[in-house]
Design a protein around this ligand. Structure first.
Ligand SMILES: CC(C)(COP(=O)(O)OP(=O)(O)OC[C@H]1O[C@@H](n2cnc3c(N)ncnc32)[C@H](O)[C@@H]1OP(=O)(O)O)[C@@H](O)C(=O)NCCC(=O)NCCSC(=O)C[C@H](O)C(=O)O
Ligand SMILES: [Mg+2]
Length: 304
């Protein structure tokens, strides 16, 4: 567990944020052995073995055993492996959390959190787990969207390190419609990103259910990139390549980042806060962004 940081300490600066590609997080039902086998070969950055909504009640115990077995067996290479548990108040939640506390999973992803006390209960359930086990949480309830800053602040005192938006559950609770433009969710998407950044959390966008329509998927992924998400959660292998492409800095962006850093390093620009680069006003904050972009690009290059 990290040592608590005062709330005023920004922890999302380029220098202090560990960079790890988290462009694509593929869910699969842990009850599907073929999907688990396939995930070991797919180019996603994160594999999420689901015990919750993708698994029928009668298959929950079997799915938990399969997830634990798959993690023990390994073979996931550089991918982070998370397991999404059932809610702590369901009949399966306690057994899921106990099994994962003893596992070598990278993260436990918990569903439908609402308030800081929920995070506290998951933290307590994972008390004896190694410090390397991260706590990830779904943002997918109306209660959570009104508690975003307080929930994000839990990252300073607990294992909490990443959020994933759950737009299907949010749509269900709000009785909203999941349209391609995602208009009803835009305020919450922006606020969730801002809260995550305030406290140094990684944040991934929700899934696009239209897995046969890659144009629709790509448009939604680009929207997520514009909002500032680090990556997107996925439901089908066909979505991975497009997702990785959207969330990887392209050649033009990398070239811009290099030229900003080079320009600020020139002797004539020492001590200046604002300079001209490629005909545009460029400030030290843009150099910070450029460093972040190059760090992400480097971490992606290291995967190859
Ligand atoms: C959506 C699916 C049920 C579609 O399944 P299917 O029609 O069988 O897919 P394909 O025939 O196209 O599959 C082709 C091959 O790819 C493998 N496959 C399919 N999906 C996955 C996957 N997710 N991971 C790994 N491999 C996958 C198939 O096995 C085929 O392989 P092969 O035999 O070699 O040809 C299905 O894609 C699926 O189950 N997806 C995941 C669903 C899931 O996990 N849902 C829960 C998470 S989403 C969520 O809950 C969101 C959030 O909480 C919210 O509220 O928004
Ligand atoms: Mg959900």
């Amino acid at each position: 567990m990290p040592a608590p940081l005062p709330i005023s300490t920004p922890i999302s600066t380029p220098a202090s944020t560990p960079i790890r590609p988290r462009r694509s997080a593929l869910y699969l039902p842990a009850s599907n052995p073929r999907a688990i086998e396939k995930a070991r070969t797919l180019p996603c950055d994160i594999v999420v073995l689901d015990l919750e909504d993708a698994v029928a009640p009668e298959a929950k115990d079997e799915a938990r055993a399969a997830a634990i077995g798959a993690i023990a067996q390994g073979g996931f290479g550089p991918r982070e492996v998370a397991v999404r548990t059932n809610g702590i108040d369901t009949e399966w939640g306690a057994a899921d959390l106990a099994a994962l506390a003893d596992s070598k999973a990278d993260a436990v992803l918990v569903p439908k959190i609402g308030c800081t006390q929920d995070i506290g209960r998951y933290e307590e359930a994972l008390e004896r787990a190694p410090a390397s086990l991260q706590l990830w949480a779904m943002i997918e309830t109306c209660e959570a969207v009104f508690n975003l800053p307080a929930l994000a602040a839990m990252a300073r005192t607990t294992r909490l390190s990443l959020w994933i938006m759950g737009t299907n559950d949010l749509a269900k609770e709000m009785r909203a419609q999941l349209t391609p433009a995602r208009t009803p969710f835009l305020p919450f998407l922006a606020q969730a990103v801002a809260a995550a950044r305030l406290h140094g959390l990684t944040i991934l966008d929700g899934v696009c259910n239209e897995f046969r329509d890659l144009d629709a998927f790509t448009a939604e992924a680009r929207q997520g990139l514009e909002f500032g998400f680090d990556g997107k959660s996925l439901i089908h292998p066909a979505q991975i390549e497009a997702c990785n492409a959207v969330f990887s800095p392209d050649a033009q962006t990398i070239a811009w980042a290099r030229s900003v850093i080079a320009a600020f390093a020139l002797p004539e620009n020492q001590g200046k806060g604002a300079i001209r680069v490629e005909g545009k006003m460029t400030e030290l904050l843009h150099r910070d962004q450029a460093e972040q972009i190059l760090a992400v690009a480097q971490s992606i290059a290291e995967l190859a």
